[in-house]
Design a protein around this ligand. Sequence first.
Ligand code: GDP
Ligand code: MG
Length: 472
Amino acid sequence: LGGSISRAIQQMSNATVIDEKALNDCLNEITRALLQSDVQFKLVRDMQTNIKKIVNLDDLAAGHNKRKIIQQAIFNELCKMLDPGKPSFAPKKGKTNVVMFVGLQGSGKTTTCTKYAYYHQKKGWKPALVCADTFRAGAFDQLKQNATKAKIPFYGSYTESDPVKIAVEGVERFKDENCDLIIVDTSGRHKQEASLFEEMRQVSEATRPDLVIFVMDSSIGQAAFDQAQAFKQSVAVGAVIITKMDGHAKGGGALSAVAATKSPVIFIGTGEHMDEFEVFDVKPFVSRLLGMGDLSGFMDKIKEVVPMDQQPELLQKLSEGNFTLRVMYEQFQNLLKMGPIGQVFFGCGNMIRGGHEMEQVFYCLFLCNHSNNALDQEDGDDKKSVVFSMLPGFSADLMPKGHEKEGQAKIKQLDNSNPKLMNESRMMRIARGSGRPVREVMELFEEYKRIAKAWSNMKGLGKMAKKGDMSS
Ligand code: GDP
Ligand code: MG
């Protein structure tokens, strides 16, 4: 999806005049991409209408960056779709909170219940798991196994067949034990669909959960909306968790689930393991969906860095598509498709806000590759900081406004580091700082070496900035 949308925007930016036709072409292209990404048809149509309302080409004063306005409008619309307007119920530590999980069999409920419990346990909560799935053979064993591994108390039965009874007993027991997060796992299948929803209604009525979380497999495609709506109609769904975001999921289903339940996505599952679980953040998710980073801002900055009289030539090169920035742009597109790096920059906003370590690794790696480049002239640092802070995926607060000097110093420091110094202990330090497995840091480094190779032929933005030589 990212590729198609970026392409559409790119095409539009290549158009000499951005008129009604250019906008329509772009919107149609984006519509196609969104549909392919399993965003529900109605949502896509609404978005298209909204964008057309926002972007009134006639109203835009000359000189405004229309492309940027359109791109921003698309970004905002997608963010709006993922934001139901009100936050979900937030459990309060130390009080009794009952959270019920619903979703079809195979969606990842049981796995996600444990992840959710584990996540909170690490933050000092006292979670407990109740298995109210009496339909699936082995359901209790699975929950028991997960819970034991995470050292979380659990409740269930091999003989009792009434899910309501077990749910109530479990919740009561853990209330007595002063657990503050009592999680009720439910069945996802029944002999008849109607009876599944009836069962969910009964369990909910009997346990009176503070929050019902709908769990959805990200790969279910266009079915997402109806499925989410069906659950919403039987129980008061208040939040959504999207699972299996690590696969080839297109992610569009998340928008449908939010629209159907009018509830926010609170976490995403990114693997089978207990800690492959991330707080969901709308903006990085949309960036990833669009695969664009702040590319238009990046282009604008390039224009700022390049002396005025050289700009026409640069733009010419850009539109011809043989300027190396395109290569760079494509590299970033590829970057988005890469598992570990994509995850690092786009999958988890909270990690980026965390240590910044991963970002720094990448800065470091990128700059090492380019430190012998022409950017190393006297005022090169200025250009670097401006340019790099605009690169897709790099969070702005690595280089906060008013602190550019520190930012530059940081870059300078990273600049002096050498990829050869990426030894095991350094990787371990980075892994600790970023809360990611060492394996991931190593993978990241491997990926870097691959990209660096691909980039070694690149003439370089730096050379251009230095010599202003755009003819070579
Ligand atoms: P349930 O039937 O809804 O309880 O689903 P389960 O929790 O039993 O999960 C079904 C399958 O999906 C299991 O094999 C899980 O390991 C797998 N699974 C769950 N969440 C994720 C995830 O985020 N990523 C991946 N790759 N697999 C997952
Ligand atoms: Mg289950």
